[in-house]
Ligand binder design. Structure first.
Ligand code: DX5
Ligand code: ZN
Length: 221
């Protein structure tokens, strides 16, 4: 059986003045919508405060995949689970109490995600694998949309795929995913794809999501 493929468009490069409408444009064809939360501390950029993010989550026509690029992930992560995000991803580099926070996310009804920046090694997180519902391998330095996919992350994706084995853990990639790069990320082992500028920079975002999915499905084993 081939791997399930999920496309989770990021609204980072969408029109912030009407995000409900932007999410609506990709709702029929996407699995979740990826919401990038940046605090201008963990990364040198800011997106939404909690009140604004809560409103986006409550109005979204898609389940929300929150990617928290914030310090103090142990405090902030559970808040995003409490407001109903389907998936909450904290950064390994931003948590002091990884096991406890991952367990809390699950207990609040969210999928528990763990993200690794490009320079962060996988090995030390193997011990927590059974607390994780999704690993996120960053394929750019977090902070901004529109950057180029880092090909040097392909071996890391393959390594993570081997570590996951037959566990039902999603393997997400984020950064520079487009029709040019999604096949190689899939071949390396990813099954869940964030795409920001590729989708919302396209004339027809929904058609772009469909194209990305078709390419990934065509090479998934
Ligand atoms: C970057 C964010 C991404 C961003 C991806 O730090 O985590 O989700 O929106 O944008 P693209 O797809 O343009 O690289
Ligand atoms: Zn992201």
């Amino acid at each position: 059986m081939s791997r399930d493929i999920r496309i989770t468009p990021s609204i980072l490069n969408a029109d912030f003045s009407d995000l409900s409408a932007e999410i609506q444009r990709i709702s029929e064809v996407s699995d979740l919508v990826h919401l990038d939360i940046m605090d201008n501390l963990f990364v040198p950029n800011f997106t939404f405060d909690f009140a604004t993010a809560s409103k986006i989550v409550s109005q979204s026509t898609l389940p929300v995949d929150a990617h928290l690029m914030v310090n103090d992930a142990d405090r902030i992560g559970p808040q995003y689970a409490e407001i109903g995000c389907a998936s909450v991803t904290i950064h390994a580099e931003a948590t002091q109490n990884i096991a406890s926070t991952l367990k809390t996310l699950r207990s609040l009804g969210a999928r528990a995600g763990l993200a690794l920046k490009p320079g962060t090694e996988i090995a030390q997180y193997a011990q927590h694998i059974d607390l994780v519902d999704m690993f996120l391998i960053m394929t750019v330095e977090p902070g901004f949309g529109g950057q180029s996919f880092m090909n040097e992350m392909l071996p890391k994706i393959s390594h993570m795929r081997k570590m996951i084995g037959d566990r039902p853990i999603w393997l997400q990639v984020d950064g520079g995913i487009s029709v040019e790069t999604i096949e190689r990320a899939t071949q390396a082992g990813a099954d869940t794809f964030v795409a920001g500028s590729a989708v919302f920079g396209a004339q027809d975002p929904a058609a772009m999501v469909a194209s990305l999915r078709a390419l990934a499905v065509s090479v998934a084993d």
